[in-house]
Design a protein around this ligand. Structure first.
Ligand SMILES: [Zn+2]
Ligand SMILES: [Zn+2]
Length: 168
């Protein structure tokens, strides 16, 4: 289930639809129509970024009942995120909570298709982590680690053969 945090629900709906077509396992992709207010306690005012672990924990609390039933929740956040030791992250999966988040601020583009493509890749990447996949050494695979938007653009919205096999 995708949850909008500051991103327009229509956009998140579109992202869910696109992600479903590239995910190697038949699964239901729901986009929540009601946006979730990003929690102020997870925001770091000095860094002007969300603490990605704190935000995932918060999402996990809000959707606890869904998660207990096996639903995986991914927040699509209209801001920047970080974890300790890194300047920023495009996304973070917390398998312990059954939650991931994707931070779209650095993925923005005046080219709407490019923007969608980038967000879909990051949503697929975090979904892969939630399904248990580690990073992949194939730079074209969506599970490869991206340090920059250029690397996000280089990889495809596609799981390589070995990631496909693992996820199944
Ligand atoms: Zn990753
Ligand atoms: Zn791969």
């Amino acid at each position: 289930m995708l949850v909008p945090l500051g991103v327009a629900p229509d956009t998140v709906f579109e992202i869910a639809k696109l992600s479903k077509t590239s995910f190697p396992v038949e699964s239901e992709w729901i986009a929540l129509a009601d946006p979730l207010q990003p929690p102020i306690e997870a925001y770091n005012w000095e860094r002007m970024q969300f603490d990605a672990i704190a935000l995932n924990r918060y999402i996990g609390r809000v959707f606890r009942e869904f998660i207990q039933e096996g639903v995986r929740v991914i927040g699509v956040v209209a801001a920047d995120g970080y974890i300790d030791g890194m300047n920023y992250v495009f996304g973070l999966a917390s398998r312990d909570f059954g939650v991931a988040s994707v931070y779209v601020k650095r993925l923005e583009s005046s080219d709407r298709n490019l923007y969608f493509e980038r967000v879909v890749k990051e949503v697929l990447h975090e979904s892969g982590h939630l399904a248990g996949l580690p990073h992949c050494s194939n730079p074209k695979c969506v599970m490869s680690f991206s340090n920059s938007v250029r690397e996000v653009d280089y990889k495809a919205a596609w799981f390589c053969e070995s990631c496909r096999l693992r996820i199944r």
